[in-house]
Design a protein around this ligand. Structure first.
Ligand SMILES: NC(=O)c1ccc[n+]([C@@H]2O[C@H](COP(=O)([O-])OP(=O)(O)OC[C@H]3O[C@@H](n4cnc5c(N)ncnc54)[C@H](O)[C@@H]3O)[C@@H](O)[C@H]2O)c1
Length: 338
């Protein structure tokens, strides 16, 4: 049972899962703010909350003085909403991507430092049992030192709404998850990228909704990403299908099945003998959005910083904007978060 209170900003599609988690954790929602007050009102009714619906964020922050703000608005609004909350002395948990450009993201990180408030980004996929199991297997040394990480993501997604008109819907709104997971699985940081974004024939998106990116990572690791949100048939999972190769074996995680892997088990032969690796998938106390919320509540209680605190998360966002820049310039570009 939590004794904390919050203001939620943005009552669209994703807010449903967040309200569920807020109710489960007994967080008092003081206000729900949306440009469309009716959307805020609907969620308040749906979850039977004693919250005030509003379209005026500053007034709600002044009136309710929440412990934290949950920013569930569209990417273009994240900087304004989060900065307003930080300035009012609130901690913030915001939806990904942190911002719609690096200048705004750097401003948000600086403001978190200046105000001494926590700004964390929800990267819900880090907090899934399968993904934690893959990370932990890679970190255990079972496949030796990582050299190569590949991710394929192919889904024909018909959203409607803001994604249909974004210039880089795949890279900015989805690949941020996969780029962040590549850092999570490997423990490596990005150095440079060569990327090619494109909009396949027959696409129902206005912007480039498919891409291939090759990232140079720290320690010589290479991360290759291929993805499309406009690929009908034979979908991968939303987490993407992953192959992690080390100098002593390989780990695979596909179609949301438990990870599997093989390691070398001998020193002779054209193909060396292999053994299957045992990769346990222990359940997590909470997963996804709910686990992110718990990390915020833990921070409020103990001061322990969440893993996706903005100083870390901006490194994943930098991969996004470097990939977009590389594609536009048609050349390799360095990935710079600061
Ligand atoms: N798996 C995931 O992690 C995941 C999944 C879906 C969405 N998201 C992210 O969540 C965010 C919201 O996505 P969604 O699908 O709910 O979008 P949505 O369009 O359904 O809802 C966004 C809501 O924010 C409101 N809004 C926009 N600007 C505002 C502002 N300045 N002040 C107050 N309200 C404002 C809109 O009126 C709308 O109701 C996006 O950043 C998206 O990338 C994450």
């Amino acid at each position: 049972m939590s004794s904390y209170c919050c203001v939620v900003v943005g009552a669209g599609g994703i807010s449903q899962v967040w309200f569920k988690a807020l109710v489960q954790e007994s967080v008092a929602v003081k206000a729900v703010v949306d440009l469309q007050v009716e959307a805020a009102r609907r969620r308040i009714q749906e979850f039977n909350l004693e919250a005030e619906p509003s379209d005026n964020l500053k007034a709600m922050l002044k009136k309710h003085r929440p412990d934290f703000v949950l920013d569930l608005t569209v990417p273009e609004a994240h900087a304004a909403v989060t900065c307003a909350a930080l300035r009012m002395g609130c901690h913030v948990i915001g939806e990904k991507p942190m911002a719609s450009d690096m200048t705004a993201a750097r401003r948000m990180v600086k403001l978190a430092e200046k105000t001494g408030r926590l700004y964390m980004v929800s990267q819900s996929r880090r907090r899934e049992a399968r993904n934690e199991a893959l990370r932990s297997a890679a970190a255990s040394g079972a496949i030796g030192r990582l050299t190569t990480v590949n991710c394929d993501f192919y889904i024909g997604a018909h959203f409607g709404g803001f994604r249909d008109t974004m210039a880089s819907p795949l890279i900015l709104d989805m690949a941020i998850h996969h780029f962040d997971l590549a850092r999570f699985f490997s423990g490596a940081d990005p150095v440079a990228v060569y990327a090619r974004e494109f909009n396949p024939r027959g696409s129902w998106y206005r912007g480039d909704v498919a891409a291939t990116c090759v990232f140079e990572m720290s320690d010589g690791l290479v991360f290759t990403y291929r993805g499309s949100w406009c690929a009908e048939g034979c979908p991968t999972s939303w987490n993407g299908d992953w192959r992690l190769i080390g100098d002593k074996g390989t780990l695979i995680c596909e179609r949301d099945q438990p990870p599997r892997g093989q390691g070398v088990n001998g020193t002779e032969g054209f193909i060396r003998p292999l053994k299957d690796l045992d990769i346990p998938v222990p359940p997590l106390p909470a997963e996804g959005y709910h686990a992110g919320l718990r990390e915020m509540l833990e921070f409020l209680k103990t001061g322990q910083k969440p893993q996706t605190e903005c100083h870390d998360n901006i490194r994943s966002l930098a991969m996004v904007f470097a990939a977009i820049e590389s594609s536009r310039k048609g050349r390799r570009v360095p990935v710079r978060s600061i």
